[in-house]
Design a protein around this ligand. Structure first.
Ligand SMILES: [Zn+2]
Length: 342
């Protein structure tokens, strides 16, 4: 075996990968959207597997309750309030210095998704909400890139691999996003670490099949697993829906939904994210100077925290903010307009 492949020897010995497969992995570019529970597990496995480059996009920062299932992070990262993408990249570079790790602290939205997807050979889902998944689906179908869907909640999880125009896409299976408030969230149902790593493992293996040229082996239906009820089911025979808006009609509704200020309640926390079209650049020293007369302000190079009237706002350099202490989206937009402005 070539010396350069030695660290991957146990993977190379597996006939489905082999030396040729390993070389293909070394040339591959992976986009990971979201670096929480699923995402940090996925990043860990893909970097150890020896992909060429992984771009990790995540908008969130670390909290102590993440450590139960987000295995790249530790208490030091939480104490430093690091963004997840940054903390993950630091760890991943120590795990495998051969892999190019590109962390991006940002919200994935209609204005940046196409650029991110265009540069990838495969896209992996580490998100926790359907809005972003539909956006990934639209961009991947439009640009002809495969992606692997994964989701977890409580003790169950799902995964599906989507090869545009060849297998059913997310909208073939779920034409519309479930209405707000109708599905359980990690706020109400919690999540076990075991299902997170299981679904992440499925996602990573699917990605490796696509990257080494073993697409004939991919999962072409929905896998549904429950580690508490001991059930492992596969929904077979799914077909591309004849009237799918995305992969049949070419109508990319999520990609085209370009709005101004946009607010989203965040799964797993009592907070709302407010993002702004056009990704403006915010100067923290200037904003801190303005806000210091109205409330408590502190900042580092990644974020500015501002507390006022029982709410806390965490503002990022691209103008995005998390408003903690409410789930009311219009209140969050009001607070944003009042204190940050656009
Ligand atoms: Zn479709």
């Amino acid at each position: 075996m070539d010396k350069e492949l030695e660290r991957y020897s146990r993977q190379v010995l597996f006939p489905g990968i082999g030396e040729e497969g390993q070389r293909k992995l070394r040339q591959s570019r992976v986009l990971l959207v979201g670096c929480g529970a699923l995402g940090s597990n996925v990043a860990n496995t893909m970097v150890r597997a020896g992909v060429g480059k992984i771009t990790i996009v995540d908008r969130d920062f670390l909290e102590l309750n993440n450590l139960q299932r987000q295995l790249l992070f530790d208490e030091d990262d939480v104490a430093k309030s690091l963004p997840k993408a940054i903390a993950a990249a630091d760890k991943l570079r120590k795990i495998n210095s051969e892999v190019g790790v590109v962390p991006i602290v940002a919200d994935v939205n209609p204005s940046n998704i196409e650029q991110l997807v265009r540069d990838a050979d495969v896209v992996l889902d580490g998100t926790d909400n359907f809005e972003v998944r539909y956006l990934i689906n639209d961009a991947c179908i439009e640009l002809g890139k495969p992606w692997v869907y994964g989701g977890v909640l409580a003790s169950y999880g799902v995964s599906m691999t989507i090869v545009p125009h060849e297998t059913p896409c997310l909208r073939c299976i779920f034409p519309e996003s479930p209405p707000p408030g109708t599905t359980p969230t990690c706020d109400t149902a919690g999540v076990l670490a075991g299902i997170v790593s299981l679904v992440a493992s499925i996602e990573c293996t699917e990605a490796m099949k696509l990257l080494v040229g073993a697409a004939d082996r991919i999962n072409r239906g929905m896998i549904w697993v429950d580690v508490w009820d001991n059930s492992f089911e596969k929904i077979q025979g799914s077909q591309i829906s004849a009237d799918c808006p995305a992969c049949v009609q070419g109508n990319y509704e999520f990609l085209e939904a370009k709005e101004g200020t946009h607010a989203t309640s965040l799964c797993g926390r009592h907070s709302v994210q407010v993002s702004v079209r056009g990704n403006p650049t915010v100067s923290f020293p200037e904003l801190a100077a303005r806000l210091s007369s109205v409330g408590q302000v502190r900042y580092n190079e990644y974020m500015l925290r501002f507390a006022v009237n029982g709410y806390e706002m965490v503002v990022f350099p691209d103008g995005r903010a998390m408003v903690n202490g409410t789930t009311d989206e219009s209140l969050a937009r009001t607070l944003y307009a009042r204190y940050v402005g656009v």
